[in-house]
Write a protein that binds this ligand. Structure first.
Ligand SMILES: NC(=O)c1ccc[n+]([C@@H]2O[C@H](COP(=O)([O-])OP(=O)(O)OC[C@H]3O[C@@H](n4cnc5c(N)ncnc54)[C@H](O)[C@@H]3O)[C@@H](O)[C@H]2O)c1
Length: 415
């Protein structure tokens, strides 16, 4: 893999770049951030807003920027996307002058050199670790979309940059919506207190259609074009991590949350049948083994229509916990929990995370509780993926040792 890819994925070079700039004082904007931040934390600028830069101005980035704006404590100050059409549409919507719009693979560095207090990273997953590491190096708070990264080194990079963020007193939040939901929280608390007895086995599923059909048509016109590939990143293993990491992580995260552990091994299969472009699969079936031989059967699909669900259900000796991202959360059995549903969790979860991020910054809370579970569930998706690709049993330790890195093939893209 090329040097550029290494740097973009793990942020190794950006560390050196920004440190040099701090030391030599060639980036006045970066230095001013370190002055501004403690004032925000102490609350001595109670009326000042947190200036926010968006990295990735696609569907989620544009949508979530509006939630940041509605919060009232943020000002959308800058934006970056690889593609000019994306960042310009965003810039028009949020009244950003052309000087605060950045493009190209390295646009995030130019954005970080301008004056922002925080970034929301909503780019394709391959870029998350490098962009998060560069932000921390520049003294900027990090709000990061799931999944944190596509491979084991990426997860390690996120752990390292979050550690560094804690040392530098920077906020760092990974945006999973289910973890903010009172019904999910209460159900998990009750299960972990023993309300369904001893868990024997369970199931986790992510059943959906394809969000990539529009990009599929564009990619078909010239599959070798790197820009078409980048627009349709969700069909690329290297850019997305495949559907099990990029999308299915929502149900796998609940699985590891309920059991509060990572699996010890996995055996899987799957494939790609619904289209003949891209190398991401469109269905997975994986068996995860946890401690004491608790077995969870996972399955997913990303094609077709007719049924959507993000489910995690665990069967215990005295009851069953049943959770659905967009539906009911409940416990049935000897000690039932009626639970309930937040039909708008997609929005309310992000709204809560945005509020927590603001409070973390302004109240000086830098423990980053969202990071360890996000690393664990991300690695769990990688374990399942590796087992499925190999059509063989893979242990957690073997997956960690593999240090497998995906090659994003960025040649031909603009810096
Ligand atoms: N419920 C959720 O938590 C949720 C929902 C949707 C998406 N997401 C996550 O948000 C992220 C973005 O997804 P999306 O649906 O907005 O995809 P999208 O394709 O709509 O947007 C991604 C944007 O990133 C841009 N981009 C490409 N390379 C870039 C780079 N190097 N740096 C910055 N931007 C770059 C693309 O041009 C595009 O505009 C993904 O990590 C995805 O998993 C999370």
């Amino acid at each position: 893999m090329g040097k550029l890819s290494d740097n973009l994925n793990t942020g190794e070079a950006s560390t050196r770049l920004s440190r040099r700039k701090f030391l030599t004082g060639t980036s006045g904007a970066a230095v001013s951030l370190s002055i501004l931040r403690p004032e925000l934390i102490r609350g001595s600028q109670a009326n000042s807003k947190i200036s926010l830069g968006l990295l990735g101005c696609g569907g989620r980035g544009t949508w979530i920027a509006d939630l940041f704006r509605k919060h009232g404590g943020y000002e959308i100050a800058a934006a970056m996307d690889y593609f000019p059409d994306r960042v310009n549409a965003f810039g028009e919507k949020f009244n950003l002058p052309p000087t605060r719009r950045y493009t190209g693979l390295m646009g995030y560095r130019r954005l970080l050199e301008s004056k922002v207090d925080a970034v929301a990273i909503e780019s394709p997953p391959y870029f998350h670790p490098g962009q998060a590491a560069a932000a921390v190096d520049a003294g900027v708070h990090v709000y990061l979309a799931k999944p944190i990264g596509v491979d084991v080194p990426a997860c390690r990079s996120i752990e390292a940059s979050a550690r560094k963020a804690a040392e530098k007193k920077l906020a760092y939040l990974i945006d999973f919506q289910t973890r903010t939901d009172p019904f999910f929280q209460e159900a998990v608390r009750r299960v972990q207190a023993g309300d369904i007895g001893r868990i024997i086995n369970g199931e986790a599923t992510y059943i959906a259609g394809s969000p990539w059909l529009r990009h599929l048509e564009e990619l078909k016109l010239n599959p070798a074009d790197p820009e078409r590939r980048l627009r349709g990143w969700g069909m690329s293993r290297a850019l997305s991590g495949d559907i099990i990491t990029e999308q299915n992580i929502h149900s796998i995260d609940v699985m590891t949350w309920i059991l509060d552990q990572h699996p010890l091994r996995a055996l899987g299969t799957g494939g790609l049948k619904s289209r003949n472009l891209g190398d991401c699969w469109d269905h997975f079936s994986v068996i995860f083994w946890f401690a004491e031989d608790v077995i969870v059967s996972f399955s997913s699909k990303q094609y077709g229509t007719g049924w959507d669900d993000i489910l995690c259900r665990m069967y215990g000796t005295t009851g069953t916990v049943d959770t659905h991202y967009a539906g009911e959360v409940s416990i049935k059995g000897a000690t039932p929990y009626a639970g309930g549903r937040d039909g708008t969790l997609y929005t309310t979860g992000a709204v809560r995370n945005i509020a927590t991020f603001y409070d973390d910054i302004t109240r000086g809370r830098f423990e980053h509780p969202t990071v360890p579970p996000a690393v664990r569930s991300n690695l769990t998706t990688i374990l399942g993926r590796r087992a499925a690709y190999k059509l063989a049993e893979v242990s957690w330790d073997e997956m960690l040792r593999s240090e497998e890195r995906f090659d994003p093939a960025l040649t031909g893209l603009k810096e």
